[in-house]
Structure formats: structure tokens, C-alpha cells
Design a binder for this molecule. Sequence first.
Ligand code: ADP
Length: 626
Amino acid sequence: MSTDAVRPVTAGWLCLGLLLAACTLCGPARAQSATATRSEPKRVLMLHSFGRDFLPWSEYARSIKTNLEERSPWPLDIQEHTLLAARFIAPGPDGPFVEYLGSLYEGRPPDIVMSIGGPAAGFVQRHRERLFPKAPMVLTTVEERLVDRARLTRNDAVVSVRNEFVTAFRNVLQVLPDTQTIALVIGASALEKFWLEEVKRDVKPLEDRVSFVWYGDLSFEEILKRASTLPPHTVLFWGLMSVDAAGVIHDGKFALHRLHAVANAPIFCFEESFFGRDIVGGPMHSIPELGQKTADAALRILGGEEPANVRIEPIEYAPPKYDWRELQRWGISESRLPPGSTILFREPTIWQRYRWQMLMISAVFLVQAGLISGLLHERRRRRVAEVESRQRLTELAHVNRYSAVGELTTSIAHELNQPLGSILTNAETAELMLRAAQPDLVEIQQILADIRRDDQRASEVIRRLRSILKKTPFEVKNIELNDTVREAIGLVKALAQGRRITLSYLPVMAALHVKGDPVQLQQVMLNLIINAMDAISDADTGKREVSVATLRAGNQAEIRIADTGPGIPASDLASLFDPFFTTKPHGMGMGLAIARTIIEAHHGTIAAANQPAGGALFTIRLPVAR
Ligand code: ADP
């Protein structure tokens, strides 16, 4: 094998090997540098005017950063510096700070510089040539008047706002038309002084409508004192308070809280960052709008657009917003707010706050109302039923009385016969005596008195009979129980005599008042006494006695009717008061059922028992009338 033949092959392999090695070495290196370019963070330098936490700029800066971070296609390295000199009434020279920044970023200037607020804009414009001349710059959160348009370079863009004092003050006059004075709270830094002069000039057209008071030359403590004793129809306008006339630095938010705590007048302001607690509201600069427009400009520039071509119109006030709590506090009617206004922080009504609880309570009320009306309806029905049942009871009782009185017919006839018989005898005697030559007038007078007494006895029997038979509605009266019982006994006295039964009555000594219907109570007595007499058979030769007694036991009046009959068989005791229970051949079995109904309608009780010595004992208890 010749070496010539081998050489080209070896050389070919060598070339391939070198090529592969070159690819292996160079390929990843190029890819690495591409990745590095893509992931290289963009350095953003933010230059604050008063400090990172100074309202209102701090809120604008936060919004700008959030917008940038959310929307940037590149990683960002945001670095923030503060131009503290803006706070001082007599600041030192800028030079050292420019140098400091220059040295900090030497060799690697920021990709973009953003100035926040008027003082920072002035600073970067003044030192544009020394301050990263090649880096693009965005002057943001700056009022139109604070931008030196003549000094802008092709490498500068502006996102400005327009403070329209007249619009803000006109809004105050619209919502509070009685306003006579507007007091402007403003500090004494260079920026604040500048603005004070601007406001004074701008509001000239309003001076015939409202007078202005300027607090620019007062310490904040003095402003607080004045704000607490303002005359009526005065309004405070919160301009700016970073440094007061005494040279004291103030954090805007805290200072405003203090003013709000003491002020006896409403506070207005056109900075949205102060909205949400202390100010009434109105047309204000919108923080999200400025944040979004600034981020738009910065991202376009970072993407390669020339800053001078990024033109953004000055931002005006957003549609007005009002704090509902302040509107309430100062009695500002919603009808006075300009069209398109938004009202925030509205306190939810009790319905909105406790919706579920209120719904539950309403449901409970509804159910309760338903129950109450148901119960009322039931009560009315029960009342009607009670009245009806009482009426039936009265009718039944009346029928029952007839049957009781039927049993008394013989004894009543006997009772009537007695006085009538003696009247006749006495009349005949008197007639005979009058025929004599010299009639004994004294004797005749006595006879006539006897006739009158007998007549009264007969009428009394008839009266009692009529009263027990009369059909009267159930009627509750205050009655003396002893008398009622005595009258009932009077009706059955003759019957007892006819049956050779001793009817005794032992009333309690003191008067016994109860509330009740005397006719119905007498009917009960009649029933019980007749039953007691019925129980003593004609053949019974032993003790024939029915004894009635009244007594008082606590708040109960008691009537006891005892007899010397055989008593009640134990098996009958439970059913004695049931309707139609009778052991008598011609009995109806309604007497005791009616008696119990009557006593219960009097809120009393009736019970039957056997006496140890034999015979039945019926006890009625009625509540004593107070
Ligand atoms: P009636 O007199 O028509 O039978 P009541 O309801 O007045 O109806 O009496 C029911 C029953 O109670 C009587 O049939 C009798 O058996 C019994 N009873 C009532 N009073 C007495 C009593 N004093 N002694 C024994 N049993 C009695």
C-alpha cells in the first residue's frame, strides 16, 4: 500500500476533525452570547425629587414601576436616587451630586434615566450634558410649566401633567356654592413658592366670585391653628406641604391627616394620591394614567425608538371622584356633583352590610307574624266556639232545670198549698168575727197580718220557681254563695219533708263571695240534692239525712253535699260525670254531666267520693272572688 494513497485520506479526516472541533467550540459560544444579550437586564435610573416616600410623587413612581415590571419584555434593574436638595429652602450646589451619579455609573451608564417630579426634571435638564448624555431620558410626573422645552434634546421625552387651578377651584364653587373664601395650604420650598405665584396669577378671574387666603408664609403649626377656627363658608385647598415656612420638612400624607383632624372646613385637592380619607375630591390627576403613559414612553425608548419621537400630550384631570364620607360630613348634596362623577367609600346600608342576617331576621319576623295571626285566628275561633258552647250549655241547663223542677212539682204544690190553705182558713175566721155584734178588732188585725205573711210565703215560692225556670244567658255576677245555696235549699225543702228526709244546711259564718251565674249554680245544687235524696230509698228506715255545708279553704269556696244513702259503687266513680250515665230506671244521666260543665265554666271543680261512715259526698270548689 503506497503512502500517497493514504495521505489524502488522512488529510480529509483531519479537516473534518478540525471542522467538528470548531463547531463544538464556537456553536455554544455564539448561542451563549445571544442568550446573554436577551437576558441582560435594562438598567433604569429613577431620580426622585423629594424622597422615595414623598406623596404625591411616591405614588406616581410606584405606579410607573409596576407598569414597567409588568409589561417589560426585558428584565429590569431599577435603581432609585433622591435629589434631597429639593427639600431645602436654600439648597447647596448640584455639582457634587452630578459627580456622584457619574462616578456611580462610570463605564456602564443606565439604559434610561427617568426624573420624577419638577425639581428632578429641572436638575436633569440643567446637567443634561454631564449626566449620561448618551442615555435616553424621560422627564415624568412634571407639570408642563416646569419643563424647559428649549433645552430638550433629541434624546429626551416628556410625560407631563397640567395643573389647572381654575378648574379645581370652580369645582369647589360648584359643589359648595356658598363658599366665600378658599385658603390655600402650601409650603415654602422653591417649588412651592413657584406654584404659589402661579396659582395667584391663574385665579385672578375668580377673585370677584371668591376671596383667596395664602398660607405660604406660615409654619404648618400655625396653619393647623388657623384651620381649626375658620369662619363659615371657607374651604381649604391642599396644595403641597413638603417644607413649611419654618423650614420643617413634612411628609405630605401625615401632614394632611393632621390638618384633617383639626380643620373645621372641608379640604379639596387635585392629587389623587391624597384621596381616600382626608379630602372631598373633585377632578384629580390619575395615578394609573400617568404610570401607564410613562411606562409606554420608557418601553418604546428601550425598544429603540428615538425619545424625541415619543410625544405624549400633557395629562389633564381625570373625571371627578368624591369621597362619600366627606360629602356626608360637609352636607354636600350628590345632586351638586358634576355629571360623570364617581362616588367612592360609600358606607354600605344596613341591608347591604348584614344582608343574610337581615333576610334571616325578616324570615323569622314573617314566620312569627304568620304564627301570631294564626294564633289570633285560632283564639277568635275558640272564643266563638266557647260562646256557642256556653249558649248550648245554657239551653241544655234550662231543659235540665225543667226536668228537675218537674220532680219538685209535688213539693212545690205542697209548699203553695200550705200558705193558701191557711189564708183561706184565716179569711173565713175573720169573716165570722166581723159578723159578731162587737167584733174583736185586735184579733182581726192579727188574722190579717197572718194572711199577709202567708201570701208573701206563697209569692216567695213562685218567685223562686220563676227565677230557676227563667231562660237567661250565662251571666257572671259577684254573688254571695251562702244565699244562693240557701235559696236552692228553699226549693227542695218541701220535697225533703215529703220524703221524710232531714235536709240540713250549715253555712260558713263569714260571707263567701264568688263570681258566677246564680241560676246555674242553684241548678247544680238542686241536681246534687235531688240525687242525694234519690239515693235514700223510701224503704230505708235508718238515718235519712242530706246535709249541705259551705266553707272556705284558702282561696277556694267549698260546697259539700253529703247523704246517708248507700254511696257510689267504686266501679261507677270514674264514669259518674259522663253524659247519659245513669243507674235510675227513668234517669237521663245528664244531671252530673251538666253540673260538671257548669262548674268548669266557673273555673271550679266538682268531685264525688264515698264517706267513711257510708253515703256519698259531692264537693264543689269555686275560686273566691277578690
Ligand atoms: P240521673 O239522675 O238522671 O241518673 P245524674 O247524672 O244526675 O243522672 O246521675 C247519674 C248517676 O249518678 C245516677 O244515676 C246515680 O247512679 C249516681 N248518683 C248520683 N248521685 C248519687 C248519690 N248521692 N248517691 C249514689 N249515687 C249517685
